[in-house]
Design a protein around this ligand. Structure first.
Ligand code: ZN
Length: 140
């Protein structure tokens, strides 16, 4: 326990809007819905409007919830205590990039909402220190 890195991220439940403590919840997506969406998808997804959008209705949502607030029987789930740092988040991103069904989810927006407090998200993974996140933009 004592050599755990200081957390960069806090998990806020999408349902009750309260913090999710270690062992009490997950970041998750319904893998069955994502598989269905992936194999039924049209060829072209419209590009993400990064600063304009916080949700995409055509994508299966990544959620953050307490276990008692709701969890799909078909959830691909990440325990909140396993995604409390930016490096853990990046490792999960690399891991999920290998999974075809994740292309049918809003994982990209899930990341951007964590990185961009300006998007106004109030739940999900939220930065503990948003002042560290200044970024000039890709290719700017
Ligand atoms: Zn909750």
């Amino acid at each position: 326990m004592s050599d755990q890195p200081a957390p960069d991220l806090m998990a806020i439940c999408d349902i009750c809007m309260q913090p999710v403590g270690d062992g009490d919840g997950h970041v998750w997506a319904d893998q069955e819905d994502a598989n269905t969406a992936f194999y039924n998808a049209d060829d072209g997804h419209s590009p993400l409007d990064f600063l304009g959008l916080t949700t995409r209705a055509d994508l299966v949502a990544w959620r953050t919830t307490h276990t008692i607030c709701g969890l799909s029987d078909y959830a691909y789930k990440i325990e909140v205590e396993r995604i409390r740092t930016w490096s853990a988040f990046l490792h999960w991103s690399a891991h999920l990039a290998d999974k075809k069904w994740n292309a049918a989810t809003d994982w990209q927006l899930f990341i951007l909402r964590a990185l961009e407090p300006k998007l106004g998200a109030v739940s999900g993974l939220r930065p503990v220190r948003p002042q560290d996140l200044d970024f000039d933009g890709i290719g700017a």
